[in-house]
Design a protein. Structure first.
Length: 332
């Protein structure tokens, strides 16, 4: 029996019917969030690893069907939306197939593995009436939304420099997975987990790179693990970014130096620095960080319900891809 949700007028609505395409780590995360939200129900799963799909079915949607092939799912399933959580090289074709069925699409990042495919998918999204969202989760967290608002307010003056530090225990987890396969994930840590950090740079500052110098190292893996970036953004704003995918703990810090203040995101808290002192800005509880109630699934359901706009349209993938390629470009 399907669960019910209510719109703003209190009228009873049927939940949005979802298919999950890709039942790995992110398919698991999205399935859990969909199962916890009364506005959605999961009607089908697909993954080449049938055991993974069956496990998600047992955990979150016992009445859903598991399909042996995506072709069978597309031909047999009546749904409203698809979550694409497969390796990056599969996204373009699968998004097109979901769009042909008239489904709304929430896609994991990166959107696609080539610039041509990304442009193609942006064109597709612009031509269709259904909704397309990319899973850049930091766009939904209150800490980055508030940071963006502070910068756009103008009260801190113009941006004078940007520093971003990103470290994670990533290399230790990718052995024998597609993330260590350069034919699927040629940008390594930078293109996978690091793409969130590049996206949030554009999201909060709106500044495009003018000049980039970078070095990267595979550190014994098959894909890049470490990247160090020095760049100049529009308006002669210097940028420094580091990506360490072989750290032993998670650490993320973003500092936006402005004329009158420093705006600092550290440990998912927002601080304002003035006169050599930092003062924390209080934010709503449970609206920031990996376990946030504000996440791509909630945001996608808000979009489908008409309660919010799309904060992560497909066109946000292009500047992330372009900067990633500049960082990985061989030095002359």
């Amino acid at each position: 029996m399907r669960r019910r949700s209510r719109d703003r007028e209190g009228l009873t609505l049927s939940p949005f019917r979802f298919v999950i395409i890709g039942c790995g780590r992110m398919g698991l995360a999205h399935s859990r969030r969909l199962a916890e939200d009364e506005r959605s129900s999961i009607v089908a799963f697909f993954d080449p690893d049938q055991a993974a799909a069956q496990q998600l079915r047992a955990s979150f949607a016992p009445d859903a069907r598991v399909y042996a092939t995506l072709k069978e799912l597309l031909a047999s399933t009546d749904a409203d939306a698809a979550v694409i959580a497969t390796p990056t090289t599969s996204h373009c074709e699968q998004i097109h197939e979901a769009a042909e069925r008239g489904w709304h699409v929430l896609s994991e990042k990166p959107l696609a593995d080539t610039r041509e495919k990304i442009v193609d998918l942006i064109t597709l999204a612009e031509a269709r009436d259904n909704h397309f969202m990319l899973g850049y989760q930091r766009r939904f967290w209150s800490v980055y939304r508030r940071l963006r608002d502070e910068i756009r307010s103008g009260r801190h003056g113009r941006i004078t420099a940007v520093t971003s530090v990103n470290a994670e225990r990533w290399q230790q987890t990718i052995k024998d997975t597609w993330r260590d396969d350069p034919s699927i994930n040629d940008a390594g840590f930078l293109g996978d987990a690091g793409s969130h950090k590049i996206d949030v740079l554009f999201y909060v500052t709106g500044l495009q790179p003018v000049e980039v110098f970078a070095i990267s190292d595979t550190c014994g893996s098959r894909v890049p693990i470490l990247s160090s970036v020095t760049a100049r953004l529009a308006g002669d704003v210097p940028l420094t970014m580091t990506f360490n995918g072989r750290a032993n703990s998670f650490h993320e810090e973003l500092i936006i130096h402005c004329e009158a203040s420093d705006l600092v995101v550290r440990d998912q808290r927002l601080w304002i620095g003035r006169d050599n002192q930092l003062k924390q800005i209080e934010l709503p509880e449970n609206e920031t960080g990996p376990e946030s109630s504000c996440n791509p699934v909630t945001g996608f359901l808000d979009l489908l319900s008409g309660a919010a706009d799309n904060p992560a349209p497909f066109d946000c993938a292009l500047p992330v891809f372009d900067l990633t390629q500049l960082i990985l470009r061989p030095r002359d």
